[in-house]
Design a protein around this ligand. Structure first.
Ligand code: A3P
Length: 342
């Protein structure tokens, strides 16, 4: 492992982040429209990285905060919708026709912390009423100690997914994003400037947004083992299999467990239904419009576990599985849900 790929401890990063000169970091430009910079052992979106120093120096977590953390394409949009709907069910009744999720895309409701600060919108985060639901694509090791410390009180929910499905999902997402950028620039439908096979190679090398995926996941999984009251670790596949019990787990963890009456009157099912892929995908707000350069509709595709087998050859799958298995060796973590205990 080269020095530049070594993950830094949170403290080491916090010191270094204060003096961070992003332009001096290794740059990866093979993902237009995304530019990646390597920092703390991860390839991070340059735009997001710009907000990290302020997240460390200015952001003040509150004990009631919930931070939703994820590697891109692992179910972030769904988790945002579920957490927001669950946390705010008293203020926003789920059957109400004016529920925020019917009017706004989940990414416009639950914003990325580091992006907000990168866009000088920290005051908006600070002005949000409690309890706040925030999100991040940052690895655990790059979160400020003020968030990760037990005494901060704020809680973290992480969602992980089979790396092969995350890769396939990111391929289709990037293709759509590039096509949309081309359309805006009136150059027509342009394919990504790299092939599926090239993207796969880069992903296997950990060169992708927030990559490598396995290191990102491991950081949060280990934290959830050390501090189960503070970090809830969820699996996308498990949530699809059993959404209701996962929503209950989420509510309990966020400190807003469902009452017996709520359960009896179908509140949990209402949340699952409102936030389902079909429901969100078919809302007008998600059929048009965009979140920055990303079209709302690009966040919703198939949501099928194992869809990778329609796109990745068995040899490619075996190769990626082996890379992941080697990287996770000795950690006790596995993506294989049949073997997993978390
Ligand atoms: P697929 O591309 O495999 O369909 P993220 O939200 O982190 O960008 O992840 C995107 C993936 O989550 C996509 O997977 C997308 O279809 C799926 N997804 C989005 N909304 C969902 C929902 N409400 N329920 C289940 N899956 C959802």
């Amino acid at each position: 492992m080269s020095m530049s790929m070594m993950p830094l401890s949170t403290d080491a990063c916090a010191t270094a982040i204060g003096e961070l000169d992003i332009t001096s970091l290794p740059l990866e430009t093979r993902f237009p429209p995304f530019r990646l910079r390597q920092y703390g052992g991860f390839w991070l979106l340059e735009k997001f990285l710009q907000g990290v120093p302020a997240v460390h120096s200015i952001f003040e977590p509150r004990p009631s905060d919930v931070l939703l953390a994820s590697f891109p394409k692992c179910g972030t949009t769904w988790l945002k919708a579920l957490a927001f709907a669950t946390r705010n069910r008293a203020e926003h009744p789920l059957r109400g026709l004016d529920h925020p999720l019917r009017r706004r895309n989940p990414h416009d409701i639950v914003q990325y912390l580091e992006l907000q600060y990168a866009q000088s919108m920290g005051h908006v985060v600070a002005a949000l009423p409690s309890p706040r639901v925030l999100s991040t694509h940052l690895p655990y090791s790059l979160l400020p100690g003020r968030i990760t410390a037990e005494e901060s009180g704020c809680r973290i929910v992480y969602i992980c997914r089979d790396p092969k499905d995350a890769f396939v999902s990111s391929w289709f997402f990037t293709k759509k994003t590039v096509a949309a950028a081309a359309a805006r620039a009136r150059t027509g439908e342009e394919p990504p400037p790299y092939t599926f096979e090239e993207a796969f190679e880069l992903f296997c090398d950990g060169i992708c947004v927030s990559g490598p995926l396995w290191r990102h996941v491991l950081g949060y999984w280990e934290a959830s083992r050390r501090q189960p009251e503070k970090v809830l670790f969820l699996r996308y596949e498990e949530m699809l299999r059993n959404p209701e019990s996962n929503v209950k787990k989420l509510a309990e963890f966020m400190g807003c467990a469902f009452s017996v009456q709520e359960e009896a009157t179908g509140v949990v099912q209402d949340i699952v239904e409102l936030c389902s892929l079909e429901s969100l995908k078919n809302m007008d707000v998600n059929k048009s419009g965009s979140h920055g350069p990303l079209a709302h509709e690009s966040f919703f595709r198939k949501g099928v576990p194992g869809d990778w087998s329609n796109h990745i050859t068995p040899a490619m799958a075996e190769r990626l599985d082996k890379i992941v298995e080697d990287a996770l060796q000795g950690s006790g973590f596995t993506f294989d849900v049949r073997e997993a205990s978390a």
